[in-house]
Design a protein around this ligand. Structure first.
Ligand code: ADP
Ligand code: MG
Length: 364
């Protein structure tokens, strides 16, 4: 990639005394101007990756290149990287302006220029009128905007954000997600964003690297990640998915049939699964499962008989929990007020469009 800003090459990190590596064989390129999110559960190696780029942790193996240069021996403050953490880490005894100006003071920027750049940075995060306040006089969202302004003020080529919205409530978090996205679009600054929240990752990112066990499971843009998960982990972690256990019955290239553990035989796209006889998981998004009352024939050939166990009204949509075959269960989701629902406990039928089911390797 011609316009690569950051490149991880075979990076591994094992903390002293730890049995397992925190990050394993990491190869990752971040393009100039993109917002790349590292998404994964707690302990999957996201912060470790970010800290190695920031310079607060050293890789045990491999190299990290920034603008083509190996930064192994460059001290954190000489890397020119802005960092925002979940805990805002503002200096409580300093005003907002002094906090934001701190990276400039450290770099020896003169007073007049410092003041101008602080004002500009406060404008970027919509805090123009707050220069003289102390952090304690600000809300959580405002404090996080100050932290963001402090990371942007010296115009770094890349800003790293580690769960920066984790301490905020849901409404404020969603507002700040859009704000960060807009700042990114406006300034064109490269960002590496860490979160365990898949909705946040889908909202913000140009591309998402899904981490698990110190490895990248999949690297893709949000739509592809959702539509074509690479394995069962990604299928289950990004968005909601039914993951039904079964055994591959027949396989022909990308097509397979699977005998579900609960009985029915279904067609699926073989994404990452073995040959006939191998165990697998069939992934089907709840919103792709159509539910009809009465009999399977209502949904055409290939529909499966099921029993509606529960319908939960959630305002804009209804969640339907159905039992399928012998001991199986499947979740369906549909917009509220669309079509009639079968009676709970009564016979129903389910179906999904061709291509909506994917077969994945069961373990790992
Ligand atoms: P994440 O940010 O995805 O939650 P981390 O990168 O913080 O994950 O952690 C990855 C793994 O490394 C975890 O098993 C964690 O316990 C371990 N780890 C993180 N920091 C340290 C440390 N300073 N010393 C020892 N082990 C650590
Ligand atoms: Mg972390």
């Amino acid at each position: 990639m011609a316009d690569t800003l950051v490149r991880f090459e075979g990076v591994r990190k094992t903390y002293g005394g730890a049995a397992a590596a925190a990050v394993v064989g990491l190869d990752l390129e971040i393009a100039r101007g993109e917002l790349m999110t590292l998404l994964g559960p707690s302990g999957s190696g996201k912060t470790t990756t970010l800290m190695m780029l920031a310079g607060f942790e050293m890789p045990s193996a491999g190299r990290i290149l920034l603008e083509g240069r190996d930064i192994a021996h460059t001290a954190p403050h000489r890397r020119g990287i802005g960092v925002v953490f979940q805990s805002y880490a503002l200096f409580p005894h300093m005003s907002v302006a002094e906090n934001v100006g701190f990276p400039l003071s450290v770099r020896g920027v003169g007073r007049a220029e410092r003041e101008a750049r602080v004002l500009k940075a406060l404008g970027m995060v919509r805090l123009e009128g707050y220069a003289d306040r102390r952090p304690v006089q600000l809300s959580g969202g405002q404090q996080q905007r100050v932290a963001l302004a402090r990371a942007l003020v010296f115009e770094p080529p890349i800003v790293l954000l580690d769960e920066p919205l984790g301490a905020l409530d849901k409404a404020l978090r969603e507002e700040m997600q859009l704000e960060i996205r807009h700042i990114h679009q406006r300034l064109g600054v490269t960002m590496m964003y860490v979160t365990h929240d898949q909705a946040e990752a889908l909202t913000l990112s140009d591309r998402i690297a899904v981490f698990e066990g110190g490895r990248i499971r999949q690297l893709a843009d949000p739509k592809r990640l959702y539509d074509r998960p690479a394995d069962a982990f990604v299928a289950g972690f990004v968005g909601e998915n039914n993951l039904l256990p079964g055994t591959i019955e027949a396989r022909d290239g990308e097509d397979c049939t699977v005998r579900l553990a609960c009985g029915p035989v279904v067609a699926a796209q073989a994404v990452d699964c073995g040959a006939a006889g191998q165990p697998c998981l069939v992934a089907i998004r709840p919103e792709r499962v159509a539910v009809a009352g009465v009999t399977a024939s209502d949904l055409g050939e290939g529909a499966l008989p099921a029993v509606l166990q529960e319908a939960i009204f959630l305002g804009d949509h209804v969640r339907l929990r159905l039992s399928l075959g012998d001991g199986g269960e499947i979740l369906a989701k549909r917009p509220a007020g669309v079509g009639a629902l079968p009676e709970p406990g009564g016979p129903a039928a389910i179906a999904w469009p061709e291509g909506a089911a994917f077969a994945f390797r069961a373990a790992g």
